[in-house]
Design a protein around this ligand. Structure first.
Ligand code: APR
Length: 229
């Protein structure tokens, strides 16, 4: 069976009703990164950071996977599919994808602020002050903030290196190290980039750009791949 690596960003979840970061009206137009998504923000104003992620978690509980997430789950009938996502939502899992690697953490989990290996599921939408890890320290959102290392990046680059095909969906490819992953793809492997605003300037061999919304472009590509001999 051939292996397809899929790299997703906020654009795949946009049509489920979750804002992207850098589109007009995106999250980073409404909030300053340095106020809500850095370790310094957590040290300076933990309540603001906690509220930001609690609101996002509340919103996540109210949305559903869209046709793009569902199509990727169907792709597993014919291929080994390794999803690498920059998203902190769980819409790939809820759509039925069985192999999902989160690069930037998971909204529905919390982790210890003294031991990053202690990770807990959050029930409901709210993480509270006073919710402690087993070592007695405050739990923080299980999110990789700007300025923090991306622990899963080595696993992700290994997946891309071994892929027979790479599909990139709904990401501005502006945040490293995730943005550099495409460079690890074997040059002979076909690569598809599905994004209505995809820039024509990626210097990658065998790249096919599909300027469509994810809910249209992904199911179309998946049906073509599933029907190929
Ligand atoms: N279908 C497909 N793509 C879409 C859609 C859609 N319906 N709507 C928007 N997009 C595309 C935009 O054109 C853009 O290229 O999604 C991309 C979103 O880009 P960003 O907002 O920069 O999101 P992303 O690339 O996932 O951001 C990377 O930045 O702040 C961090 O940690 C956060 O994981 C995130 C990282």
């Amino acid at each position: 069976m051939k292996t397809i690596a899929v790299l997703t960003g906020a654009g795949i979840s946009a049509e489920s009703g979750i804002s992207t970061f850098r589109d007009s009206n995106g999250l980073w137009e409404q909030y300053r990164i340095e106020d809500v998504a850095t370790p310094e923000a957590w040290a300076r104003n933990p309540r603001m950071v906690m509220d930001f992620y609690n609101m996002r978690r509340k919103q996540l509980l109210a949305v559903e996977p869209n046709p793009a997430h569902l199509a990727l789950a169907r792709l597993e009938q014919k291929f080994n599919v390794n999803i690498i996502t920059q998203n902190v939502d769980d819409l790939h899992e809820r759509a039925g994808s069985s192999d999902v690697l989160h690069l930037h953490g998971e909204l529905k989990k919390a982790r210890s602020s003294v031991d990053e290996t202690l990770i807990y599921k959050i029930n409901g939408w709210e993480l509270k002050f006073g919710d402690l890890c087993e070592k007695g320290s405050q739990l923080r959102p299980h999110i990789v903030w700007f300025g923090e290392p991306v622990p899963n990046i080595m696993i992700a680059s290994g997946i891309i290196l071994r892929a027979d095909m790479v599909i990139v969906i709904g990401t501005s490819l502006k945040v490293y190290p995730a943005a550099g992953l495409l460079q690890y793809a074997p040059s002979a492997a076909p690569k598809y980039l599905i994004d209505p605003e995809a820039s024509p300037e990626y210097h990658v061999r065998n790249l096919h750009i599909i300027r469509e919304k994810a809910s249209i472009g992904v199911p179309e590509l998946v049906e073509i791949l599933r029907s190929e001999k």
